[in-house]
Design a protein around this ligand. Structure first.
Ligand code: SF4
Ligand code: SF4
Length: 369
C-alpha cells in the first residue's frame, strides 16, 4: 500500500468514526462546531479523495484551523494521526497556491528576515546578554520567539547555565529553525533555513546543542533527520539537560504552589514529560500540582502551526481556558517549557497566575536566595 493509499484509508476510517476524540480538540472548544474537529477534517479530505466535494475555501480554512497539537491522537483507538494528515494536506494546498493569505507574511518574513515576526535579522541577539567564547560546553539555539519576543527566557537560560558551571555560546548567524513553515506546508522554504542551520551548527565547537523552544527541538531532532539533514552533536531541550545534571541544580523553595503546562511539541510530539517536573520540584521544593488535563492529555495553549496568526481571538479563547484550568489547581505559578506557550498563556493570565518558563522559574528562585 502506498503512503497516499494508507492516508486515504485512514481518513475514510476517521470520517466514519463515532468521534472519541472530539471532546479534547481545542478547536472544537473554540468554535463549538463539527467542522473544526479531527473527524470534520478527515471527512473533508475523504470527500475530496472520493471526488464528491473538492476542498473549497471553507474546507481550506478548516484544514488550517488545526493546531497540530496531536491531542486527538491520545484518544484515537485506531491511532489516526490527524495532525500529520493535516500537515500533508497543507503541503498539497501550498503547492497549489491555495493556502490562507494570512500566512504570506510569515513565509516572506522567514525568507527575508529569518524569523516569522518581520524583525530585522541583525537585531536577533540585540536583547540577549552573552559573551562570545571560543570554547563552549553548550551551544544555545535560541529560536525566534526567545530572541525577539521572550528574551527573558533566553537571558534566564544563559544565566542559569552559567550559574551551574557551563560555558554557553550562541550561534553568530542562527536562522529560523523552519518550524512555522513546516507546520503550515511550506517545506522547501523551511528546508532552506534548515540547511543553513545545520551547516553553522556543525561548524561550531561545543558538546551539546540546547533549545528552549520545543518547536525548535522537534524540528532539529525529528524533521531535519527525516529530510536527510544531520546535526553532528546531540540536541537536547533545556529541561532534559537540567534534569541530566540535576545535582548541579540547587534544592530551593518557593511558596505559593506550582502547576505545569505540558507544551504539545515537547510532550506529545517528543515524549518529554518527566524532566521539566523533576527540575521544577528540585528548584521549588514543591510537588507539581497537576491540572486535570496533563502529560499526554494536556490541552494545547492555542499557539501553534500558524493558528494564532490566522485566528487570534480563538487562540486567546483556548489560552484563556488553559489558564482557567491552571488556576483550578490553586497554584500561584503556572510554569511551562516553551516560549510560545509562555507568551500566549501570560497574555491571558492577567493577575490570576504568574506564568514563567522553566529557566525563568530557576532564576526567580536563585535570585531570592
Ligand atoms: S481521530 Fe480517531 S477518534 Fe477522532 S474521529 Fe478520527 S478515528 Fe475517531
Ligand atoms: S491535532 Fe489538535 S487541533 Fe488538530 S484536530 Fe487534533 S486535537 Fe484538534
Amino acid at each position: 500500500m502506498t503512503d497516499s493509499e494508507k492516508t486515504a484509508q485512514q481518513v475514510r476510517m476517521c470520517a466514519a468514526c463515532p468521534k472519541m476524540c472530539r471532546h479534547v480538540c481545542p478547536t472544537f472548544f473554540a468554535w463549538r462546531s463539527d467542522s473544526p474537529t479531527p473527524h470534520g477534517r478527515a471527512l473533508l479530505l475523504h470527500h475530496d479523495n472520493l471526488g464528491l466535494r473538492q476542498l473549497d475555501e471553507r474546507a481550506v480554512e478548516v484544514i488550517y484551523q488545526c493546531l497540530e497539537c496531536s491531542h486527538c491522537l491520545t484518544w484515537c483507538l485506531p491511532e489516526i494521526d490527524i495532525a500529520t494528515i493535516v500537515e500533508d494536506a497543507r503541503r498539497i494546498l501550498v503547492s497549489q497556491d491555495r493556502f490562507p493569505k494570512g500566512l504570506e507574511t510569515i513565509r516572506s518574513s522567514v525568507l527575508s528576515n529569518h524569523n516569522p515576526f518581520c524583525e530585522p535579522h541583525e537585531k536577533r541577539v540585540a536583547k540577549i546578554r552573552f559573551k562570545k567564547t571560543k570554547s563552549a560546553d553548550v551551544i544555545y539555539f535560541t529560536g525566534c520567539t526567545a530572541a525577539y519576543r521572550e528574551h527573558g527566557i533566553a537571558n534566564a537560560s544563559i544565566e542559569a547555565l552559567k550559574e551551574f558551571g557551563f560555558n554557553v555560546s550562541i550561534p553568530d548567524d542562527e536562522w529560523c529553525c523552519g518550524s512555522p513553515l513546516l507546520r503550515t506546508g511550506f517545506t522547501s522554504e523551511a528546508l532552506e533555513q534548515a540547511r543553513h542551520n545545520v551547516e553553522i551548527l556543525n561548524e561550531m565547537s561545543g558538546e551539546t546543542i540546547l533549545t528552549t523552544c520545543p518547536g525548535c527541538y522537534r524540528v532539529l531532532t525529528q524533521d531535519y533527520p527525516v529530510n536527510d539533514l544531520r546535526i553532528e552533536k546531540p540536541v537536547m531541550h533545556l529541561s532534559q539537560f537540567l534534569a541530566k545534571h540535576i545535582d548541579k541544580v540547587p534544592k530551593g523553595n518557593l511558596a505559593g504552589g506550582v502547576t505545569f503546562h505540558d507544551p504539545c511539541h515537547l510532550g506529545r510530539h517528543c515524549g518529554v514529560y518527566e524532566e521539566p517536573r523533576l527540575v521544577i520540584e528540585r528548584i521549588t521544593g514543591e510537588s507539581v500540582k497537576e491540572m486535570e488535563r496533563s502529560r499526554d492529555n494536556a490541552m494545547c495553549c492555542g499557539n501553534g502551526a500558524g493558528f494564532r496568526t490566522l485566528f487570534s481571538s480563538q487562540a486567546k479563547k483556548i489560552g484563556g481556558e488553559r489558564v482557567r484550568q491552571a488556576a483550578l489547581t490553586g497554584s500561584r505559578y503556572l510554569i511551562t517549557a516553551c516560549p510560545f506557550c509562555r507568551n500566549l498563556l501570560a497574555s491571558e493570565a492577567g493577575e490570576t497566575l504568574e506564568v514563567l518558563d522553566l529557566p525563568e522559574l530557576v532564576m526567580t528562585v536563585l535570585r531570592k536566595r
